[in-house]
Design a protein around this ligand. Structure first.
Ligand code: NAP
Length: 496
């Protein structure tokens, strides 16, 4: 049943949507009464009027977060007790998988096959894995002399604000919440204004799992006023952010202007996908298309710069175009759809503008470049491939955040690395070659946080994720994520 469009349409028609903020353990309106509509990008229909929080609402939430932290209600629980709550929370999300996946599909326009198969399961695994880890972390005794004993412990920061984007709302939320909450912090989450629904839903499940009131609060509201208020607040001790590089830079300034809150950033990308002539070209072509067109290209790690050895470029591009024909925009509620609409009109216009820019810069439009399904009221754009791109063009340098691939050619290994590194970003990338020496050499030299060899999008919760250069400074996932949410504390004991 769940593999039919009708099943999901019927389920969507009867879905109840929680659109209020979650403050101090309760769903509440804003003190100001303000709301902002959220729309279904597949057809432009309004889904809900979501509470839009103000700085006054944030002050109330921060006071609650601070009080519960200082009382030690959560922070001072034994790790095994925090673990039990986190694992129960993951279990409850899993039990409500279909409802949460549907909310995400309606709010973001992601295909239901992705939200049921990737987004929600990945959030469950993140919260479960991280929760299970928390009672397995040993602290340190330093190598002092015999007349003293020095303990090096990890303590939570206190009150953490998490600000997340719209492209993977649930996954990025889980990446932030799991380690920050498990470590004992009180956390205030500000979801993106156009995709707040799944974060609001899982907050109630956290409470049901046993998380004390005030430890997790979800405040939808505008980045400009609410987000900046959190980022400049003197009672916020840590800030974790996923979003664009310009906003990330602003947040670092806010930190300096306020209380030097620990600020960790996961930012944009323009990732290189390097293909050598000796690679398995069929597999590389299939994955090159997926690397850009998955999630409609609205992926920070998208392999948008396809850097191909010149001797095989024509043959390889033909294979990529063939693979791209499998990425057809469609109704995200249809389990057969692999690609939905752009998240909103603004993002659609950005993509259309960059297609015009690419043409104007002299690149060759080899595939796509069009709006489709406009009769639905949704913002659908075809997968688009530009060839004849040089790395100095704007379509090779700027993050488009849509289904647009730029194909660049190279002749030597050194040139491939030079092109890959000629970017302000350093988030992800891949190299395809059957020569182990070439593959390892190139993987090491490309300055990015995650590099695939003969795969794209490889990785799971066990490995850290984050950027070099202007792609950020923090690390989500793995045990390293705890570094962003804890302070190291030394206690020195001297024997008399
Ligand atoms: P964005 O415009 O930077 O917004 C991200 C979040 O920041 C939203 O919640 C936004 O609120 C808020 N915000 C905006 N201005 C703010 C301000 N002055 N102070 C505080 N908060 C503010 O990014 P986006 O367009 O939503 O997301 C796309 C970007 O995220 C891309 O650059 C992408 O590469 C990046 N991304 C990176 C990763 C990673 O892990 N490296 C993962 C996913 C996405 P509003 O929604 O109200 O504007």
């Amino acid at each position: 049943m769940s593999n039919t469009l009708q099943y999901w349409q019927e389920k969507a028609a009867s879905l109840s949507i929680e659109a209020r903020a979650f403050i101090d353990g309760q769903y509440v309106e804003s003190e100001s009464g303000a709301t902002r509509p959220t729309f279904n990008p597949a057809n432009g229909d309004k889904l809900a009027d979501v509470v839009s929080c103000t700085p006054a609402d944030a002050d109330r939430a921060i006071a609650s977060a601070k009080a519960v932290f200082e009382a030690g209600t959560w922070a001072d629980l034994a790790p095994a007790e925090r673990k039990a709550v986190m694992v129960r929370w993951a279990q409850l999300i899993e039990e409500n998988l279909e409802e949460i996946a549907l909310l995400e599909t309606l709010d973001v326009g992601k295909p239901i096959a992705d939200t049921t198969g990737v987004d929600v399961p990945s959030a469950v695994r993140t919260i479960r894995w991280t929760g299970e880890a928390i009672d397995k972390i040993y602290e340190e005794i330093s190598p002092t002399g015999h007349d003293s004993l020095a303990l090096v412990q990890r303590l939570p920061l206190g009150v953490v604000a998490a600000i997340v984007p719209w492209n993977f709302p649930l996954s990025t939320t889980a990446w932030k919440l799991a380690p920050s909450i498990a470590a004992g912090n009180s956390v205030i989450l500000k979801p993106a204004s156009n995709t707040p629904l799944t974060a609001l839903r899982i907050a109630a499940l956290a409470k049901e799992a046993g998380l004390p009131d005030g430890v997790l609060q979800v405040l939808p509201g505008p980045g400009g006023s609410l987000g900046s208020h959190l980022a400049t607040h003197m009672d916020i001790d840590g800030l974790t952010f996923t979003g664009s590089t310009p906003v990330g830079k602003q947040l670092m300034e806010y930190s300096g202007q306020s209380n030097l809150k620990r600020t960790f950033l996961e930012l944009g990308g323009k990732s290189p996908n390097i293909v050598f002539a000796d690679a398995d070209l069929d597999k590389a072509a299939t994955m090159a298309a997926m690397a850009v067109f998955y999630n409609g290209g609205q992926t920070c790690t998208a392999g948008t710069r396809l850097i191909v050895e010149k001797s095989v470029a024509d043959e390889f591009v033909a294979k990529v175009i063939e693979a791209t024909k499998g990425w057809v925009p469609g109704n995200p509620l249809d389990p057969e759809s692999s690609m939905g609409p752009m998240v909103d009109e603004g993002q659609f216009n950005t993509v259309a503008d960059y297609v015009a820019i690419g043409k104007g810069e002299g690149a060759t439009l080899a595939y796509g470049g069009e709006q489709v399904m406009s009769e639905t009221g949704g913002y659908y754009h075809t997968p688009t491939i530009f060839t004849g791109v040089t790395n100095d063009m704007r379509i090779a340098q700027e993050e488009i955040f849509g289904p647009v691939m730029s194909v660049i050619t190279f002749e030597t290994e050194e040139e491939a690395v030079q092109i890959a590194n000629d970017s302000i970003f350093g988030l992800a990338g891949a190299v395809w070659s059957n020569n182990i020496n070439v593959a390892h050499r190139v993987a090491r030299k490309v300055r990015v946080g995650t590099m695939g060899i003969n795969n794209y999008f490889g990785g799971d919760i066990t490995v850290p994720f984050g950027g070099f250069k202007q792609s950020g400074n923090g690390r989500d996932k793995s045990m390293h994520a705890f570094d962003d949410y804890t302070e190291l504390k030394t206690t020195w004991i001297e024997f008399s």
